[in-house]
Design a protein around this ligand. Structure first.
Ligand SMILES: Cc1ncc(COP(=O)(O)O)c(C=O)c1O
Length: 928
């Protein structure tokens, strides 16, 4: 590993993000405005002094934050300080009010605002309009204006020089430019990193001449994130080396930012160094015009939406429709006597864009060559994959495509049993032999965590000892889980590859597409981990590390399981192949119409071994009439994520942290609701950092990075699981009767005693406030219910609370496949396809009831009772039985204790469908 990469990694993991900076910024400006409103009305000198001190503190704090933003500018701030110095609070209040309005309306994005001049009417109206829209829940859209961004300039120049540079770029603005931008100058290495963390408007960065390492501010709060960079080492680096290191760190934290290096002409150094993070190198003499156009071009590269553009273009062309699809161009509805309301509701554009044509500037999803191909290439850039593919039927289909592309009948797949049902069906279709992996249970909350690495290694070893390792093809895991448990993806791949060097990984990231756009989350995505590992295994440093490790490892007994399970394994760089696939429900966490999903690939063997089978699998599962609106929305969703994913995800996490803080600290809420934190959802053995909770009332959210950098599992704080057992209401009832029916709040996951609140990039502070308001109302209602209940009624409530907090049936592990479906006796994998299709012949199955002990009696008499179908209770929504699985006592206990209304694959009046003894005997004979 190169020096730069190593340093980048350490610093990067410690960097994280300043979690609540934008709320802090907005709140401090508002608080300042309030203070000024009070001080101008005060008559008491002592109080005035006190308040002036508080204003001073707020201005000082804001000056630090605003130093990293283009608006308000440094001159603007100088103006504020001058007014403060003159104690002209009346004028200061006016200016601050105007400034706050400008920030709310974002009018600084559209035109230059000079705070030393007086307010203009249009600005005031614009701000009022923006506020009104925000109140109505429709924030001002900037769609028709030139999009605005900021360029970060890193250069230790003087304030006067900064003015000159800023002015020079301002003067280049032309009305016909596609974008408008302003500059922000920072003067040190540290400041550059802080700027890109706190200012999401920064889209491009010019790293210019000599700059020191240290920031002029003593930013202790921000400094925490900069630990791990050795100051001495940095100070001793040459100008070029320091610039390159800064470029690579910015690339790790915000890879979407377009970076340019401006050198003083040290051509040799830059030519021989790793300059992949820079779009272009400018020499000192390059003129501003050249730089201006290069910046605009780079931004345009990300802003482009090839397929969406092609579709809009198509919709404007007059065409005669002589193919099937009467709704195309709205023909079947515009003149309809009955169906016109569709146009009223959707507007005409959606119909103008509906077509089945693949010509006329459009493209074919099944065989892309034009704008869809381009759009997919851009998606690969955005998500850090080698190849990306759009899928218009959700991740349910994406998963089946990947499995079919890679797995042939009788290949072994290791898979978490509580995965999404599309995987189980995918296994049936592919004819895979399945080795189910158990996640650790969270019995107190009736839900699962995730699969421990030890369990995966154990299963791989078991297969190895049974001579089956060569058949193992894939490890399939869900990251993050529905409940937000996140794997240490890199560690899992690293150690499993040490046992099976060509293992393919399918990471179901249905819920994790957004993670790519946040620096703390990104390393736990499949694409990032795959790229990091590939770079690592190709380096000389890794070879040396591996050799040293192998020498020690070879001294241990390979037949002892502990040798494999208790040591951190390292793959052989000579044989290892990095092969990772990820499936995203883009529609779940980013902008996309429903069913818009993507497959991302980082597979060193893709071109040689997979490309054609992938194509066939894609053809198998993709409609020949894919929905163009979904494809266009994926294209726009990608663009948005590349332009403002960092900002949106940051805001989402800020909103979630605010919700969590309130739930942790409000006594009334704590009485009935408990938000699960890291320690509740992850047993200590999987928390190497020992971090119990990310939040500390004194130091805030400082522990998050530490846990995310090291632990086997972490909880994604943007998904909030709340235990509600103390309310005496079960999850399902709470969801439907309380949240939905009474307050119109939708959620989609519950367990027996928990509900899950998911935030997303559309979650606003307003929606969080509403939820908190509702929860407080509910808690007050529970208080009232208790106060007004009679003694017997209270007994009923107590009984319910006890049942929901203490009487929780332990979650059953996967028992085993019956021998009739086990191709290799003693080995864990099962032929799920054979078990699935055996039930198609009615005479092979019978129903047994367990509510009348019929089934239990058969088991007691020694019969292996084997399920002939999937049995999936909702919640929790994973199969407690799969076809071919032996029914165990634990599973029956669990089913009996469940109080849910919906169990797929189970008909209470008939019982469970199982295989007859004869069918099993016949199958076993065939297998023999
Ligand atoms: C883990 C997981 N994978 C896949 C899917 C299916 O995704 P889609 O709804 O996009 O088909 C889901 C849906 O909830 C899921 O939770």
């Amino acid at each position: 590993m190169s020096e730069i990469t190593r340093e980048t990694e350490t610093a990067y993991t410690a960097l994280g993000f300043y979690h609540k900076i934008s709320q802090l910024r907005a709140d401090t400006w508002n608080a300042l405005k309030r203070d000024l409103g009070r001080i101008v009305r005060l008559n008491d000198a002592a109080e005035e002094r006190q308040l002036a001190k508080s204003i001073d503190i707020k201005l000082t704090r804001l000056e630090i934050i605003e130093d990293y933003h283009a608006f308000p500018s440094k001159e603007d701030f100088g103006h504020l300080w001058a007014l403060f110095g003159r104690e002209d609070f009346v004028q200061l209040e006016k200016v601050v009010k105007r400034l706050v309005r400008t920030l709310i309306s974002e009018s600084y994005r559209r035109r230059h605002v000079d705070l030393s001049e007086s307010d203009s009417d249009s600005e005031g109206l614009e701000a009022l309009d923006a506020l009104a829209q925000l109140r109505r829940g429709h924030p001002a859209s900037n769609s028709s204006a030139q999009p605005y961004f900021e360029v970060l300039i890193v250069d230790a120049m003087s304030l006067q020089e900064e003015d000159v540079v800023r002015e020079a770029f301002h003067n280049l603005r032309r009305p016909e430019d596609k974008f408008i931008y302003d500059t922000v100058t920072v003067r040190s290495f540290e400041d550059a990193l802080i700027a890109i963390l706190v200012n999401p408007n920064i889209q491009a960065c010019m790293i210019r001449y000599e700059f020191p390492y240290k920031s002029k501010y003593n930013l202790s709060a921000l400094r925490n994130y900069l630990e791990g960079i050795s100051e001495k080492e940095l100070e001793s680096k040459t100008e070029a080396e320091r610039s390159l290191l800064l470029g690579s760190m910015i690339g790790e934290i915000r890879p979407e930012i377009d970076q340019f290096l401006v050198t003083s002409g040290d051509v040799e150094v830059t030519a021989s160094a790793d300059i992949r993070h820079f779009k272009r190198i400018f020499y000192r003499e390059t003129d501003y015009i050249e730089q201006h156009h290069t910046i605009l071009r780079a931004i345009d590269d990300r802003y482009r939406t090839p397929f969406f553009d092609a579709l809009r273009e198509y919709s404007r062309k007059p065409t005669g429709v002589f193919h099937a699809m009467p709704i195309s161009r709205g023909k079947s509805v515009t003149r309809s006597h009955w169906a016109g309301q569709m146009i009223d509701f959707y507007g005409i554009n959606i119909f103008l864009a509906e077509t089945s044509a693949t010509s006329g500037g459009l493209d074919s999803l099944l065989q892309p060559y034009g704008p869809i191909k381009k759009a997919q290439e851009y998606a690969a850039r955005a998500f850090g994959s080698r190849q990306s593919f759009f899928v218009t039927n959700g991740t349910s289909t994406a998963n089946k495509i990947v499995v079919q592309a890679l797995v042939k009948p009788r290949d072994i797949v290791l898979i978490d049993r509580d995965c999404h049902k599309s995987h189980h069906y995918g296994m049936v279709l592919a004819g895979a032999h399945v080795a189910y992996l158990d996640s650790y249970p969270l019995n107190d909350y009736s839900m699962y965590g995730a699969v421990p690495l030890r369990e995966m290694k154990k299963t791989l070893l078991n297969l190895k000892r049974n001579g089956q390792l060569s058949k193992v093809k894939m490890l399939l895991l869900t990251n993050c889980t529905f409940d937000g448990v996140v794997y240490n993806v890199r560690r899992v791949m690293e150690e499993c590859l040490a046992i099976k060097p060509d293992l393919v990984f399918l990471w179901d990231e249905a819920w994790f597409a957004f993670a790519t756009f946040n620096p703390t989350y990104r390393p736990r995505t499949a694409m990032h981990a795959a790229r990091t590992l590939r770079d690592r295994y190709r380096s000389e440093e890794y070879q040396a590390e591996y050799d040293a490790w192998k020498t020690e490892f070879d001294k241990l007994d390979p037949d002892d399981d502990a040798t494999w399970l208790d040591n951190h394994l390292m793959p052989d760089p000579e044989t290892v192949r990095v092969r990772a696939y990820a499936t995203h429900s883009t529609h779940k966490t980013l902008t996309s119409l429903r069913q818009g999903s993507m497959i991302h690939i980082y597979d060193q063997d893709y071109r040689q071994k997979v490309e054609s089978s992938f194509h066939e699998a894609y053809m198998t599962h993709t409609s020949t009439s894919p929905n163009y609106q979904i494809v266009a929305s994926l294209d726009v969703g990608r663009m948005q994520a590349e332009m403002e994913g960092f900002e949106l995800v940051h805001a989402q996490i800020e909103a979630a942290l605010t919700l969590r803080e309130q739930l942790y600290t409000t006594p009334l809420l704590k009485k009935y609701f408990q938000v699960l934190v890291n320690k509740d959802m992850i047993p200590l053995e999987y928390r190497q950092s020992g971090v119990d909770t990310f939040y500390d009332p004194v130091s805030g959210w400082n522990k998050m990075e530490e846990a995310w950098a090291h632990d086997e599992f972490v909880v994604d704080p943007s998904r909030i699981t709340m235990a509600i057992g103390k309310s005496g209401i079960d999850g399902d009832t709470f969801k439907n009767e309380y949240l939905m029916n009474q307050f119109g709040i939708q959620i989609n996951k519950t367990s027996r005693n928990t509900v899950l609140f998911m935030t997303n990039i559309g979650t606003t502070r307003g929606s969080i406030a509403y939820l908190l308001d509702v929860l407080i109302k509910l808690a007050k209602g529970f208080d009232r219910r208790w106060e007004e209940s009679s003694r017997p009624e209270r007994k009923i409530i107590e009984h319910k609370v006890k049942s929901l907090t203490e009487e929780l049936p332990p979650l059953p592990d996967f028992s085993s496949f019956h021998n009739a479906f086990r191709p290799t006796p003693g080995s864990p994998e099962g032929d799920i396809r054979r078990a699935y299709f055996l039930s198609y012949d009615e005479e092979n199955t019978e129903y047994l009831r367990f509510d009348n002990n019929e089934l239990q009696k058969q088991m007691a008499a020694g019969r292996d009772v084997v399920s002939a179908s999937f049995v999936i209770p909702y919640p929790p929504g994973f199969p407690v039985l799969v076809p071919g699985q032996v029914i165990s006592e634990e599973i029956l206990h669990f089913l009996q204790a469940l109080d849910v209304k919906e169990i797929h694959g189970y008909r209470p009046e008939l019982g469970l469908i199982v295989y007859t003894i004869e069918a099993l005997e016949r199958t076993t004979d065939c297998a023999d």
